[in-house]
Design a protein around this ligand. Structure first.
Ligand code: AMP
Length: 513
């Protein structure tokens, strides 16, 4: 099984059906399949890349992204998608670390890479130029020899601590991920439209796989996330599926067009990758109804550890509703999930421990990193580094990444608990809580808040809110108001950046209200 052959199945059945729309042009499934086959031929016969060679994709979202991804697979090669916003040094590190033999780059990234030392860097092919078109001038390859265990995608972790690590995902891993999509999230067919408003190098691109295998129409957006553009598309297309990091969902909710009729065209809005706070989710459910699905996964088990299905999130009078909204759902079909202590022994219901998982979605291992493999893969289980608790019904609630947990005066404090409370305040738009090193307490709890436009709130009011909801020792000792919280290009709030700003004393404060 090679993932690219599922595109061929769709193309044989639906040659004229739109496959990808981007930058104002649409490629049909027939055209896409033809270009994928031609590129595969160019990679194999012109560039003579041997089966299993790695090929980098340092590309912004663009019309050719998915064509190149599938062309790489059709040629029996391995894709190494990278966040196009990375620094040229970081991209160069990944290209060298993964031993890429070739790299496709969009012009902006190619330009940045051009200023990097070329030593040991592979050849760069610039997408959208003659460079690429020349590689397509071949008779298409329509079949490929491959085994399910062959590597398909090296998913480089964001590397917030140390160097990024390349999680090796096989064709079987991503096929299992796709089957789980159909089992737990949605049935998909050619009547569906999938908007890619987030980078294709991450979650959105991974879920193009189940969609292309069923003939749905991919609309690829470039540039930064623009809620207006999403509402424009919702007015034009039916049966739309969209992925958003929680911060993107919140931006859609806070937009003036949130309550308009176009929302009826939204089939599914799935979100994950970072905590979705209960108050934000409540608002999203009010506006979008039973169209929201939460997923929990990580590059090492892509998109597929737990999920909260649409029909459950949509039930407004379910017992323990707040607990359900705070949870990231239950184990995906065919996936085992446990919460364990440091010895791997399951902890009791509702007790906090590390989340571990075992399934056909779990990576083959990190590339060339025995130390990280020994830590993360034990007896077939993936240790996620996430702390959470599971209730008696099997619903998992994530607390924090173990590295984000605060230890103050010897007590464990989970930032997410405080973030949930601060977001109850009507003036607070976004917030993040971190531990700041302190000689007396080890760490002190520090909150960053950004406020809704035109709103003000005092430290005293925020402190009172915390005292009303959590134990006294957990409450933040200081509040910083910021215009916007730093975010990754995937929309995740960057706590590492906040810690660095505190260390460098670089907080740009808004005045205390
Ligand atoms: P990445 O490998 O970049 O996709 O990041 C994966 C990490 O994002 C996980 O290990 C979690 O810490 C976090 N994450 C993913 N999904 C969720 C979710 N639904 N709720 C809270 N955190 C999440």
């Amino acid at each position: 099984m090679n993932l690219s052959m599922s595109l061929r199945t769709s193309a044989m059945r639906l040659p004229k059906h739109p496959a990808i729309t981007a930058g104002g042009t649409t490629q049909s499934y027939g055209v896409l399949e033809d270009r994928v086959g031609r590129l595969a031929a160019g990679l194999k016969s012109r560039l003579r890349l041997a089966r299993g060679s790695r090929v980098g994709l340092a590309m912004e979202n663009s019309a050719d992204y998915l064509m190149i991804l599938y062309g790489v697979w059709r040629a029996g090669l391995v894709a190494v998608p990278m966040n196009a916003k990375l620094h040229a040094k970081e991209i160069s590190f990944i290209l060298r670390n993964s031993d890429c033999k070739l790299c496709f780059a969009t012009p902006d990234v190619a330009e940045r890479l051009g200023s990097e030392s070329r030593g040991n860097l592979p050849r760069i092919v610039v997408a959208g130029t003659r460079d690429l078109e020349q590689l397509l001038a071949n008779e298409p390859v329509t079949a490929v020899a491959s085994a399910p265990e062959d590597e398909a995608w090296l998913f480089y972790t964001s590397g917030t601590t140390g160097r990024p690590k390349g999680a090796v995902l096989s064709h079987r891993n991503l096929m299992f991920m796709s089957h789980c999509y159909y089992a737990d999230i949605d049935h998909v067919d050619e009547r569906d439209v999938k908007i890619h408003a987030a980078p294709l190098s991450h979650a959105s691109g991974l879920y193009a796989i189940p969609h292309l295998a069923k003939g749905s129409h991919q609309i690829v957006l470039a540039g930064s996330f623009d809620p207006d553009q999403i509402y424009d598309l919702l007015a034009l297309h039916e049966n739309v599926t969209l992925f958003g990091a929680p911060t993107m969902v919140t931006r859609l909710v806070n937009h003036g067009r949130a309550g308009t009729a176009a929302v009826k065209n939204l089939k599914t809005l799935y979100f994950g990758g970072a905590p979705m706070y209960v108050s934000d989710l409540e608002r999203a459910l009010e506006l979008f109804g039973p169209r929201l699905t939460q997923i929990y996964g990580q590059g090492e088990s892509p998109m597929t550890i737990t999920s909260s299905p649409k029909h459950l999130l949509g039930q407004s009078c379910r017992p323990r509703r707040e607990a359900l909204l705070a949870s990231c759902g239950f184990a995906r079909t065919g996936v085992e999930v446990k919460v364990v202590d440091e010895n791997g022994q399951p902890v009791g219901a509702d007790e906090i421990g590390e989340v571990i998982t075992r399934s056909d979605c779990v990576m083959q291992g990190y590339w060339d990193n025995a130390e990280a493999n020994a830590k993360s893969l034990r007896d077939g289980w993936l240790w996620t580094g996430d702390l959470g608790s599971m209730d008696a019904e099997g619903f998992l609630t994530l607390k924090d990444r173990s590295k984000d947990m605060i230890i103050s005066g010897g007590s464990n404090i989970y930032p997410r608990e405080l973030e949930e409370v601060l977001l109850k305040h009507p003036s607070v738009l976004e917030c993040a809580v971190i531990g700041v090193p302190d000689a007396e307490w080890g760490e002190v709890v520090t909150a960053f808040v950004s406020l809704r436009p035109g709103h003000e709130v005092s430290d005293v009011a925020l402190d009172r809110l915390c005292l009303d909801n959590v134990a006294r020792y957990k409450r933040p000792r200081s509040y910083h108001r910021v215009e916007v919280l730093p975010k990754s290009s995937y929309g995740k709030i960057l706590k590492t950046e906040l810690r660095a700003q505190v260390a460098a004393n670089r907080i740009k404060e808004e005045p205390d209200g």
